[in-house]
Ligand binder design. Structure first.
Ligand SMILES: *[C@@H]1O[C@H](CO)[C@@H](O)[C@H](O)[C@H]1NC(C)=O
Ligand SMILES: *[C@@H]1O[C@H](CO)[C@@H](O)[C@H](O)[C@H]1NC(C)=O
Length: 445
């Protein structure tokens, strides 16, 4: 009984403290309010605060409800709280699920620099977004390119423009590193803009897009539907719109098909403030995407990615070389049929459900060699598995079947538990390590 009382007291105290802190912030808010004169901007600030207050109230209610429930059980059964929680872990996961905001605000953060073609992306974002309230758009511009700034500003208050103040050269780059200066600037810009959106504009969830992306009509529906999963499943650290092997012929025409991926895909992806707080202090000076893929950042976590990409890059002139675009990115198939993802039960993607099904599907498929597959010497229907045991074996098969053949921190593109899946001549293939697989070998590159 005593333990329960302490628990209840802590609950009430944190509620009171939160309310006090929020009221204080609401009244003071010195840095922002003082310098903002435009009515709409003040309005936006108030909206953000209002949303925070509402979210906080909601999660306090849930906390209170859970506590009351626990009290009921303690009174009924006479057991102490530890027993009750141990017997009923679903009480905790239920709490996790209930506390998810049913009406989330997801900030779309668009990175721009010196390409006026940012217009193409902005037009699509504005065309497809269901409403401005749930998906406010922030454009962050680096590079100080005037024509690009004018394009962004021509959208008026449909978008919020923030500008990277540090346009200085990257100091201290010598020799080979000089060639990669663009990547250093991008990383610096990302770090600054993410800090702005999470800490200054105070958003809780950010959806990152770049100025050279085309998006699918159900782009927003997809991210909205996967938001609860990202918030519930601690083994996820991102939601991505991108399939690295999403070329025509390698994907099946199943736009509702989604996967978990140990490989961080990037290119139209969503993260939460919790993850940013993990990343913010050690954010790298360059190559931020490969850094996110390293074990010390990934920590065994996965992303969700679609079978058919919801984003596709259209630009060839950029920092990364045009050859990669011509050879590969150009052929990625952008989804065209909208899927009502928010109406679909997506709990199968939670790790505890997904892994069991995944292993059954992959290792329940008959195994053939690459030669047999290429010679169509295979069972007449159903999915098929091709095994690889070495890095060279993987690369050879991947090349032969038109897949990306590289590894980052030992993980092949789109891989989940070492398995890469794709279509070949209309058949579902799993390129998989032996069933005894335990972990990635980070020396594979
Ligand atoms: C973001 O802000 C935090 C807190 O002020 C700071 O510690 C961190 O270095 C910043 N990160 C980047 C990448 O600017
Ligand atoms: C969603 O599907 C799972 C099985 O994967 C089931 O247990 C759960 O009850 C379903 N939820 C709803 C709301 O239908």
């Amino acid at each position: 009984m005593k333990l329960w009382k302490t628990f209840y007291l802590i609950g009430c105290l944190s509620f009171i403290c939160w309310t006090a802190v929020l009221c204080y912030l609401f009244v003071h808010k010195p840095n922002t309010i003082k310098y903002v004169f435009k009515y709409e901007e003040v309005n936006k600030e108030v909206d953000v605060l209002e949303n925070e207050l509402r979210q906080q109230l909601k999660s306090n209610e849930v906390l209170l409800m859970t506590l009351k429930n626990i009290r009921q059980q303690i009174i009924k059964t006479g057991k102490d709280i530890k027993h009750i929680l141990a017997e009923n872990p679903s009480a905790l996961s239920l709490d996790r699920t209930l506390s998810i905001n049913k009406d989330p605000i997801i900030c779309v953060l668009l990175f721009a620099c010196n390409r006026v073609t940012v217009k193409r992306n902005l037009d699509q974002l504005l065309k497809y977004r269901p409403n401005p309230r749930n998906f406010p758009i922030v454009v962050s511009q680096d590079c100080g390119h005037e024509p690009t700034r004018r394009v962004i500003q021509s959208y008026g208050d449909q978008v919020t423009l923030i500008r990277q103040p540090d346009l200085s050269d990257i100091p201290g780059l010598v020799g080979k590193a000089k060639k990669f200066k663009g990547y250093y600037k991008i990383s610096r810009h990302y770090g600054w803009a993410l800090n702005q959106t999470f800490h200054v504009l105070n958003y809780d969830t950010v959806l990152i897009v770049e100025d050279d992306l085309d998006i699918a009509p159900d782009f927003f529906e997809y991210f909205r539907a996967l938001y609860p999963l990202l918030k519930t499943d601690p083994t996820l650290y991102c939601i991505s719109a991108w399939n690295d092997n999403g070329k025509e012929g390698l994907v099946s025409n199943e736009p509702d098909l989604l996967y978990r991926s140990d490989f961080f895909p990037g290119l139209g992806w969503m993260l939460t403030k919790d993850i940013w707080i993990e990343f913010q202090t050690t954010w790298p000076k360059a190559f931020w995407d490969d850094w996110i893929r390293e074990p010390s950042q990934r920590k065994g976590r996965a992303c969700i990615r679609p079978e058919m990409s919801r984003a596709k890059t259209f630009g060839k002139i950029g920092v990364s070389n045009g050859l990669f675009y011509e050879k590969h990115l150009k052929y990625i198939k952008l989804n065209e049929q909208s899927v009502p993802f928010t109406q679909i039960n997506l709990t199968y993607l939670l790790k505890e459900n997904y892994d069991v099904l995944w292993v059954k599907k992959v290792y329940g498929s008959p195994s053939v060699t690459l030669q047999q597959l290429q010679g169509s010497d295979i069972p007449s229907e159903g999915s098929i598995r091709v095994t690889y045991s070495t890095k060279e074996g993987y690369k050879k098969t991947a090349k032969a079947l038109g897949l990306m053949d590289d590894f980052k921190s030992g993980v092949p593109r789109t891989g989940y538990r070492g398995v890469v899946t794709f279509m070949h001549k209309g058949r579902r293939i799993y390129l998989a390590p032996p069933p005894s697989w335990r972990e990635y070998d980070i020396t594979w590159r």
